[in-house]
Design a protein around this ligand. Structure first.
Ligand code: ADP
Ligand code: MG
Ligand code: MG
Length: 251
């Protein structure tokens, strides 16, 4: 599914290397977590995978289901099944939540050569998914994320994920700044969307989210590379001992 091989990335503006030979494979149906100290390049990895400007890949490869992600435009990556949930979801004044969802879904269907959803089909689907996630009809009509509480933004992001049904979901510190209830909600959303043909890459600075989302594999990232890979016990070790020993041991 997601395969990253020896990825090297620098900033376009400065001569600063941020990712320094990162390799990672997330097979179908699995949830992988990436943990690591601040500044290790976790967000940069998610930006580069989504196709954000400002980064230059100097070496290495990244593919989704065998398709070269780095050659694609951001919209093409989304159509190929990549979904990114960010730490700070954007507000889009003037665009209703439902309009946004329908436009995004139909753009993807079009790119895949599928028929657009009729408004009836779309309404049925969005109402069903919103009800599952305890999202009120009122929240569906409001402009995207405008005036939403932290918890509502997270729920809305899970709704986007549920509607777009991506193959690969990358979540960059979606848990930061959330209270326990909102974090629980994100975790429940992810758990409900787990499926044999869908994978997750959950990036988090803290272990607490992983109490609710049981990852299959945990990677520790430092200075632009994965320095250690293990099971859920690795996250518990980080919580108990911090990164110090792990990083020293990894060299
Ligand atoms: P993390 O998400 O693990 O905290 P980041 O990917 O945000 O790490 O950052 C990795 C490193 O790259 C940090 O040292 C950060 O300061 C630097 N960096 C990232 N983006 C930029 C940028 N646009 N300009 C300058 N430095 C940046
Ligand atoms: Mg950071
Ligand atoms: Mg970050």
């Amino acid at each position: 599914m997601l395969k990253i091989d020896n990825l090297h990335v620098k900033l376009e503006e400065e001569d600063k290397q941020i990712l320094k030979g990162l390799s990672l494979e997330v097979p179908a149906g699995q949830v992988h977590a990436i943990m690591g100290p601040n500044g290790s390049g976790k967000s940069t990895l998610s930006y580069v995978l989504s196709g954000r400007d400002g980064y230059e890949v100097t070496e290495g490869a990244a593919s989704l289901d065998g398709q070269d992600l780095l050659e694609m435009e951001p919209e093409e990556r989304a159509s190929a099944g990549l979904f990114l949930a960010f730490q700070y979801p954007v507000e889009i004044p003037g665009v209703g939540n439902m309009t946004f969802l329908r436009t995004a879904m139909n753009a993807q269907r079009k790119a895949r050569g599928e028929e657009e959803l009729s408004s009836g089909e779309f309404l049925k689907l969005v109402r069903a998914k919103a009800a599952e996630l305890h999202i009120s009809p009122d929240m569906l009509k409001r402009p995207v994320n405008v005036g939403f509480s932290g918890g509502e933004k997270k729920r809305n992001e899970i709704l986007q994920m549920a509607m777009l049904a991506p193959r690969m979901c990358i979540m960059d510190e979606t848990d930061s700044g959330l209270d326990v209830d909102a974090m629980r909600l994100v975790a429940d959303g992810v758990n409900a969307l787990r499926a044999p043909d869908r994978s997750f890459l959950v990036i988090t600075h803290y272990q607490r989210l992983l109490n609710h989302i049981q990852p299959d594999v945990v990677h520790i990232m430092a200075e632009g590379r994965i320095v250690k890979t293990g099971g859920p016990e690795l996250a518990l070790q980080v919580e108990k001992e911090g990164y110090g020993d792990l990083l020293a041991e990894a060299g």
